[in-house]
Design a protein around this ligand. Structure first.
Ligand code: GFB
Length: 327
């Protein structure tokens, strides 16, 4: 049995949230805000702290806030995130900011006797050429993808922090590794965003301008797996309530798609019928990162939002916010 493993059956609720004080660190981000929405039906008290109240990069501030607010559980959704170009351009920020946020929260959680912590990582923790679909035990078996190794190292450190505090101090700290996420609250800035919001924006602006094509980065051949942020939030709440073990858990849809096919699907949903052109001066990144969904599926969790429906929702969100300016 792994260190600190609970003996409960996988589907049993071993950590009910009802009546608990639950802190969602990073509640303004796409995943954090989805977790806050999801927690509305759990009968818990949701704690949030904006940047004006709590700077997660200051250890003393995190310790003081935690000692005062005394959460029973924490979802660690706070992170500096971005797409391939942002990761490649700001390696120091992606490494330092994420490391410091993780260490501050995990250590303060232990010092304040927090009952459960769920750390959120990313599928880029796995080796660039990991066998597909990627099992959880592929971690640290090969070199990382260079465009995002800084972020990946920080996220691997987060998993190891959770494991170390579980092993040394008996803390019930667990980790979930989501695949590429998209949805309500996404970042649509073309320089720093992930591919999905970038494609939605490009297709929308091309439609508005009557253009005959959109340009995507790289060759269009890399494959990516996508999960809607609301499905991810549901999986995180599920794991918080039912999972207690050393190893992290992949959170994905179990299916992937080429970037070119994704671009065509986005154009269809947005209603843009022009061409998709590739810009091979931009990086492709990892050729493929389809995670195995078997561990989470064996606990009987499945996503409920199809890729097409999720893109339509994300497009509606885009139109209701940023898209208005160019509509
Ligand atoms: O989503 P994305 O930026 O991140 O890019 P990664 C995925 C793929 O889409 C790459 C291509 O092959 C990009 O070249 N792509 C095509 C585009 N057009 C565009 C575009 O207009 N914008 C963007 N952003 N991409 C990130 C990591 O990797 O994934 C992070 O850098 C994290 O660390 C995150 O793991 C989930 O999937 O390549």
């Amino acid at each position: 049995m792994s260190p600190g493993r609970s003996v409960a059956m996988p589907n049993d609720v071993i950590f009910p949230l009802e009546g608990k004080r639950v802190w969602v660190a990073g509640h303004r981000g796409m995943v954090g805000s989805a977790i806050v929405r999801r927690l509305a039906s759990e009968g818990c008290e949701v704690l949030i702290a904006g940047r004006d109240v709590l700077d997660l990069e200051r250890q003393s501030a995190v310790e003081a806030w935690m000692a005062k607010e005394r959460p029973d559980a924490i979802f660690m959704a706070a992170a500096k995130v971005g797409g391939i170009l942002a990761n490649d351009t700001y390696p120091a920020d992606f490494l330092y900011n994420n490391l410091v946020i993780e260490t501050n929260i995990v250590d303060a959680a232990w010092r304040n006797g927090v009952g459960k912590v769920l750390f959120l990582g990313s599928s880029c923790i796995y080796p660039k050429f990991a066998p597909q679909p990627i099992m959880e035990d592929a971690l640290l078996t090969g070199p990382l993808e260079p465009t995002n190794e800084w972020y990946a190292i920080a996220k691997i450190a987060g998993i190891k922090l959770a494991q170390a505090y579980r092993k040394q101090h008996g803390c019930d700290f667990i980790s979930a590794m989501p695949t590429n996420l998209y949805g309500i609250g996404d970042n649509f800035d073309l320089n720093s965003s992930h591919v999905m919001p970038a494609l939605i924006r490009k297709a929308h602006e091309a439609k508005q301008a009557g253009a005959d094509s959109i340009t995507i980065w790289g060759t269009g051949t890399p494959r990516r797996e996508f999960l809607n942020a609301d499905d991810c939030a549901d999986a995180c709440v599920f794991l918080m309530k039912t999972y207690s073990d050393f190893e992290h858990v992949n959170v994905g849809s179990g299916e992937d798609i080429t970037i070119l096919d994704l671009a065509c699907l986005v154009c269809e949903v947005v209603g843009f019928d022009g061409k998709v052109v590739t810009d091979i001066s931009k990086p492709d990144g990892t050729p493929r990162k389809l995670m195995s969904a078997s561990k989470l599926q064996s606990m009987s969790w499945r996503p409920s939002i199809s890729l097409r429906d999720g893109i339509a929702d994300a497009y509606r969100y885009y139109l209701s916010t940023c898209g208005q300016r160019s509509a």
